[in-house]
Design a protein around this ligand. Sequence first.
Ligand code: UD1
Length: 456
Amino acid sequence: MICESKNKSYLKSQNLKIFGQGKLNGRVEISGAKNSALVLLAASLLTNERIILENVPRLTDIEKMGNILKNLGVNLVHKHNNLEIDSKNISMKELPYELVNGLRASFFCIGALLSKFGEAKVPLPGGCNIGLRPIDEHIKGLKALGSEILIEDGIVKAKIKGKKKQLCGTHIKLNCPSVGATETLIMAASLAEGRTTIENAAREPEIQDLCQMLNKMGAKIYDSGKETIIIDGVNKLGGCKHKVIPDRIEAGTFLIAAAATSSSITISPVIPHHLEAVTNKLKESGSKITVQGNSISIQSKKLKGVDIETAPFPGFPTDLQAPFTTLMTIAHGESKITETIFENRMNHIDLLKKMGASIKLDKNVAHIKGVKTMKGMNLIGSDLRSSAALIIAAIIAKGNSKIYGLEHLDRGYENFESKLKILGVKITREFIKKTFTEKEYKIASEPDDIPKARVA
Ligand code: UD1
């Protein structure tokens, strides 16, 4: 089931037409990390001085976050992939539902707003098509830092307890190493009084990127990237210039696409150790990986099935589980894919089966028997990473495919089809002129549900 989308018409008004049995060849440039850029935008709320963010990917998620900030009174200037952010005139501490809807990362603003202004009102991010995605760890941590929180009519209302002006440093132990909760609490603790320690913190590179930027702004954060992060609160944070780290998930997607098509490509810039869990699995399944400075080359020929189990960093990223599943559908032998982070992140399995993959799904474990080839089809991607998985499947497949649901893809991959084109894939974005009736528009992942409309 696809999440309710405001831009329903987008779902079927655009598609990527892909000619199958493609090969990739050459070099591709990796964009800045979406998940870093989103949280760095939230962190810019912590200062009255100017932040310059470089290497920001142009994505709909970033645009949405930008609109949320603008709505708060932030002055935002976009120049190519750079953003100048000036938060000195914030007039509101409340995020409107219409803008927050569909962007989970917008919830991460709560820590920055609460810490700087003493209060914040942020709508609940709600569920999503990959799982429930609760926020209990964010709330528990913010309460421990000295705030009172009320959830009323779907709005999380937070304010510093009593007459205090600052949150108060404390020891927080997370039940699970949530990326978002770790980020929320780091931002909140940066302007708190005294020391905060976050135990069982997430160690993802995007968290390290956040801490690096905050430290440039004058924060005192130690041991980011370790299980326990220490934050000594300061009274004020200043401006800085910061370059967003390369997107390890985009990078991994291209490496997987190359492996799946027995291709040779080079990706850069990347931070190779951010991708180690992925490159190790690619090596195990038969690809040759060469790391040189900030680039990774892959040469791929014969693939063999390997097992993966998603895990928090430095484990195999859940965001690459769907693309890797596609890879395993055509690998020689058997493989087992276990999703451990999100409860509903196997939406691509049924669609891959329609394309000819042999997969048995047992809850969150996919048992795959490699097939020789798959067949091209018209399909609708139902979330960001499963859309990427379907595109890789379409490149492998015999025959042509049309992949719909591009509003998911455009959230997280900058110029995806242009980059694939540069690498030699035959892919075009089609815009359908027809207006659909409500009935035609029924949301489903069945290819038959896609109306045979004239293509522009
Ligand atoms: C971030 C990434 C997302 C990635 C995920 C895991 C962003 C914008 N998104 O999402 O791409 O897939 O990390 O690497 O950075 N949980 C709780 N309680 C909480 C918070 C989380 O139980 O308060 C659970 C979730 O349900 C999930 C697990 O923890 O099962 C991991 O979620 P989390 O790390 O918080 O993911 P996000 O920060 O939402």
